[in-house]
Design a protein around this ligand. Sequence first.
Ligand SMILES: *Cc1c(COP(=O)(O)O)cnc(C)c1O
Length: 435
Amino acid sequence: MPAELACIEERCRARFAITEILYNCPQCGGLLEAVYGKPAQSADELKALWRARRTSNAPLDQSGVWRYREFIPFLDDLSRVVTLREGCTPLLPGRRAAEYGGLDALVFKHQGFNPTGSFKDNGMTCGASQAVQLGATRVACVSTGNTSASMAAYASAAGLQPVIFIPYGNIAFGKLAQALEYGAKTIQVEANFDQILALVRQLADRLGIYLLNSINPFRIEGQKTIMAEMLDQRDWKAPDWVVLPGGNLGNISAFGKGLRELKELGLIDRLPRLAVVQAAGAAPFYDLMHAADRSRLNAIEHPETLATAIKIGDPVSWPKALRELDASDGVVEKVTEQEIADAKAVIGRCGIGCEPASAATLAGIRKLTSAGVMRHDSDVVAVLTGNVLKDPGYIHQYHTGVLLGPTGERITPTYGNPPVVLPNDSGRIADFLAS
Ligand SMILES: *Cc1c(COP(=O)(O)O)cnc(C)c1O
């Protein structure tokens, strides 16, 4: 069953060997994706095989990505796999969140349970394994966020040198701290994101560096398995909707591709509708979907949101994302900073918790149900992308009423839960707890 890289542009569709080091189509500049022949097993055989692996102690079977390896067959030697037992994330029902979102029921697929705390691990296990297959000695990305935290961990686990490039003056300390701990060489360059990416591409060939940025097609392959695992956990009953936040739009591209392929393989009988939610200050894809001309995305020069994981003005994967939204009859919504902050606190009250970008899902659901786009009795899975502890400063500021939005506006702590200071007096403490 040969795996190949293919250009996604309809007018091109050029194909390349899976082991060529390519980031864009050399013929037309389009995005690339992995394509495969049919697996040897039937849909029922795959379901049985994947379910049986859950009781296995073999590292590949314990990974919630590589358990589905027939679905991502781009490695010809599985001894190249680097796994930290990513995936295996739970489906968690949130009663209060459902009510807040205007739904009878709501289930969260919580990718924050991953080894480095975000869904980037599902993709990075594949990106790092491909780097090993290609014989790279170093891997690099331009990021200070969850991508760098994840890449650093997987590269070090694989014995590769992780290198992180940071645009000067743009540091997210919480996530960068993980990258430092996992041994990434971290280089701050006095240039913007695009300039640094061009620089890194020049250096890549010369220094044996393989790039693991968002357009890397193997990361997308790994993220596809989030949908396979979700459906496996639901005994292959497709939900009506899958809701997720959108930044660079790699994840929506992965979910759409994964769901289409699962349907083509006969594992599900219909496609869920995809709903992407963006922050209002960083919503170029929302604008594109509501524009008359959808052939070109207008980048936002200064994206603004406290949800840093989706603070992206020029999302690289938008052509793939557009294709997946059309294929799934999907929608794009946008939500304000206040809506994200309140939705996040409601998810917290369910005992679940997530990082700000993830909470855009619930804020978006609330808007989509009240607009009548999503029915109250819909079967909805919302994907929480990152762990609650990724951004503790935001949480403390929200609950104590000092959180300021990106343009200095005060965020109201609608569900604020500030700590109180009481004297060392059992009577006073008892009174407080009784009130
Ligand atoms: C990367 C990330 C996103 C955005 O995903 P894209 O694939 O860039 O659209 C959302 N939430 C979290 C927590 C992330 O790390």
